[in-house]
Design a protein around this ligand. Structure first.
Ligand SMILES: Nc1ncnc2c1ncn2[C@@H]1O[C@H](COP(=O)(O)OP(=O)(O)OP(=O)(O)O)[C@@H](O)[C@H]1O
Length: 254
């Protein structure tokens, strides 16, 4: 079995795409979802990916996280070029080095919150680092609820379990696809606060796809896609500035 090399701390970014192109379908139904996108996600940074519906946000996240294969161009996590990996090594890389948070919480209903949080580690045959786990559980405010099953938790609490699960293995990078899409604004704000805290306090790297300028306002940097291309970037975003820029990309947002 090929074991992916550990990321070098001198790597210029924790993840990067170079000239990433993704074409969905073929012939009459061909869609160029990404057109030569080059982007670096820097260590210890919270990046939001925004842009009008259908601009390629989810496709970019899926390719950058090794969930989907590029049509051309390259993707790396740390110093590992994903195209060099077979299916098994890619699965292993996703499991060991990446954390995922999706709009649907994707928790197993028969497992407790704690069992859900530690499941990826159990599958990998790794013991949780108890001190780290305690910190993560305390940060997301689940200390008293670890024995609850998902059905006994609110939507916001279930997503907190998913955040803790993504952090539990101390992954190099966490990818979120509309992680607050199923939450009301209060629960969403809590989850976004935890993602920001995981960057500021725990030194993690987070990349999040969102259509919500308020959510993007939690990030350190927002990158904007339009028609499959990277068209702009903003540091220290505020919801108002993000909304103004979105209006220039998508008049329907005005
Ligand atoms: N599996 C697929 N087969 C064919 N076309 C696809 C597929 N997945 C995505 N597309 C197309 O690729 C383009 C980009 O889709 P993508 O889901 O990445 O956009 P998005 O910015 O995340 O959209 P939204 O904000 O609406 O979720 C769209 O035109 C979409 O219809």
């Amino acid at each position: 079995m090929t074991v992916a090399p550990v990321a070098s701390s001198t790597a210029p970014g924790i993840a990067a795409t170079t000239d990433l192109t993704k074409v969905h379908g073929s012939g009459d139904t061909e869609v160029v979802a990404l057109d030569r996108v080059s982007i670096t996600f820097r260590e210890g940074e919270f990046t939001a990916i925004m842009g009008p519906s259908g601009c390629g946000k989810s496709t970019l996240m899926h390719c950058a996280a090794g969930l989907d294969a590029p049509t051309s161009g390259s993707v790396r996590i740390g110093t590992t070029e994903l195209s060099t990996l077979g299916d098994r090594s890619l699965t292993q890389l996703r499991r060991d080095r990446i954390g995922f948070i999706f709009q649907a919480f994707n928790l197993l209903p028969t497992l407790t919150a704690l069992e859900n949080i530690t499941l990826p580690l159990s599958i990998a045959g790794r013991r949780p680092d108890q001190e780290w786990l305690d910190r993560v559980v305390a940060m997301v405010g689940l200390t008293g609820r670890l024995g609850h099953r998902p059905a006994q938790l609110s939507g916001g609490q279930q997503q907190r379990v998913a955040v803790a699960r993504a952090l539990a293995s101390q992954p190099e990078i966490i990818f979120g696809d509309e992680p607050t899409g199923n939450l009301d604004s209060r629960a969403g704000a809590e989850v976004l606060g935890f993602l920001r805290d995981s960057v500021r306090e725990l030194g993690r790297t987070v990349v999040m796809v969102t259509h919500d300028p308020v959510a993007a306002g939690y990030a350190d940097r927002v990158v904007f896609l339009a028609d499959g291309r990277l068209v702009d970037e903003m540091t220290r975003p505020t919801p108002d500035r993000v909304l103004d820029l979105m209006k220039t990309l998508d008049p329907r947002a005005a």
